[in-house]
Design a protein around this ligand. Structure first.
Ligand code: URA
Length: 433
């Protein structure tokens, strides 16, 4: 069939109407829609309407698997099967203070796996791994596929920008969903994440599905459903896939931003760092090693300093200087505790918003971010504070951003009179759809 004839094989308006009214889309209709949207024949308006129809009506399992496969088919597929080490990847659905990839990738590589972390930039209140690493002087995110494969074989871990060749349909659709309030849809998030992971060619994948105030999925049941859906897609594609549903009501660690999160990750690699970051890093490392069939104890490897050696090699291999001082913000402001008591809650969304307002994140794709911008906090859930004591520090190069960031933190902390402990970080492990 000619390209012109293909363009008229289905009618986009008819397909939107079918989904809007609760009908199901056939395999050829979905394949046509995704291909022609990627090629520009189905318009952004039409795809936005379809995304909203799917937001409300969903996709059944057959539609979802066809949708995901159609997105993969728009781009290239990588192949890690010739590497000398088993490959295993981790993906987080995005949270505040979530710098886990930074210590985790070198740690799992130090245990013997190949860890390809094709990462993205932050959008909205959640940070982006590439934005964080770009705070390191000299570090560059872009690598060719050949460079990536070579580094995976020798160093074992690569964190780099996902090339435009992987699932280009998702790049376009994600940007559209982002500006049409259609991101928070279980089938569309699942297809978006899993199309990139399956196209990337990893043999095993551990998903960190965030739940709570600072996550895309705020309801626990929805997060579990998202995890089950993604595990199902991965396993159906032959990727050993496991998900941990983890708490994102409280921001992770003691920092949210770019350079400030790199500093905290280096502390973890050096054997210190906040307990929750260490706990989640080790929990995910154990799952990754299990999926990769490697019998190593990540806690011992972390303590040995080998993960730090891999980190330095990984940063140097992308022209970064792991020993150079990280950028320091030109302006800081302290926000004090509003009451005396034990911190019972710290709203991850509020902290993420404050970091974003300070310049750590971007309002739209392509905006620059500030390497030194972010929020650090001196105490977290379970700690005792006294009213007026310094609690948060705001960091930015542009002082006019400080008042709005401080405003985001008003009422962000809840206090209790009696001591309490933070609940578990890992809420559920899901290894079947
Ligand atoms: N991350 C993705 O890659 N896609 C989504 O839809 C949501 C989070």
């Amino acid at each position: 069939m000619s390209t012109a004839a293909q363009a008229f094989e289905f009618d986009a308006v008819e397909l939107i109407r079918t989904k809007r009214d609760g009908g199901r889309l056939s395999d050829p209709a979905i394949q046509w829609l995704i291909r022609n949207y990627t090629d520009g024949l189905v318009t952004a308006e039409q795809m936005a309407a379809m995304a909203m129809a799917i937001f409300y009506r969903g996709l059944d399992p057959r539609e979802l698997s066809t949708w995901t496969a159609a997105m993969i088919a728009t781009g290239e597929r990588l192949d890690f099967s010739r590497l000398s080490r088993p490959s295993v990847d981790k993906h987080s659905t995005g949270g505040v203070g979530d710098k886990i990839t930074l210590p985790l990738a070198p740690l799992v590589a130090a245990c013997g796996a190949a860890v390809p972390q094709l990462s993205g930039r932050g959008l909205g209140h959640t940070g982006g791994t590439l934005d964080k690493l770009e705070a390191i002087p000299g570090w560059r995110a872009a690598l060719s596929n050949a460079e990536m494969l070579a580094r995976l074989d020798t160093i074992g871990a690569v964190i780099c920008a996902a090339g435009s060749g992987l699932a280009p349909a998702d790049k376009k659709l994600y940007a559209l969903r982002d500006v049409t309030a259609t991101v928070e849809s279980i089938p569309m998030i699942s297809a978006s994440i899993m199309s990139k992971k399956i196209a990337e060619g990893t043999s095993a994948l551990v998903l960190d599905v965030k739940t709570g105030a600072g996550a895309f999925m705020k309801q626990y049941e929805q997060s579990v459903a998202l995890a089950r859906t993604m595990v199902g897609l991965g396993q159906a594609a032959g990727v050993r896939t496991v998900a941990l549903v983890t708490d994102m009501n409280t921001p992770l660690g003691r920092s949210a931003g770019n350079g400030v999160e790199v500093a905290e990750s280096v502390e973890v690699l050096a054997g210190g760092g906040p307990a929750d970051i260490v706990e989640l890093t080790l929990a995910l490392a154990r799952e990754m090693l299990d999926c990769a069939g490697i019998a190593a104890d990540p806690e011992t490897v972390l303590a040995s300093g080998k993960a730090m050696d891999v980190w330095k090699a990984m940063i140097r291999a992308q022209d970064g200087d792991p020993d150079a001082p990280l950028p320091v913000a030109r302006h800081t402001e302290v926000v004090t505790a509003e009451a005396t008591g034990y911190i019972a809650t710290m709203d991850a969304m509020a902290v993420g918003l404050a970091a974003w307002r300070l310049g750590a994140g971007r309002a739209k794709q392509g905006d620059p971010v500030q390497a030194a911008a972010g929020v650090t906090w001196q105490a977290s859930v379970g700690d005792h504070v006294t009213a007026g004591q310094p609690l948060f520090t705001l960091h930015t190069d542009t002082p006019e951003r400080l008042p709005r960031a401080a405003e985001a933190l008003q009422g962000a902390v809840g206090y209790a009179a009696a001591p309490l402990t933070r609940g578990p970080l890992v809420l559920e492990r899901i290894d079947a759809p």
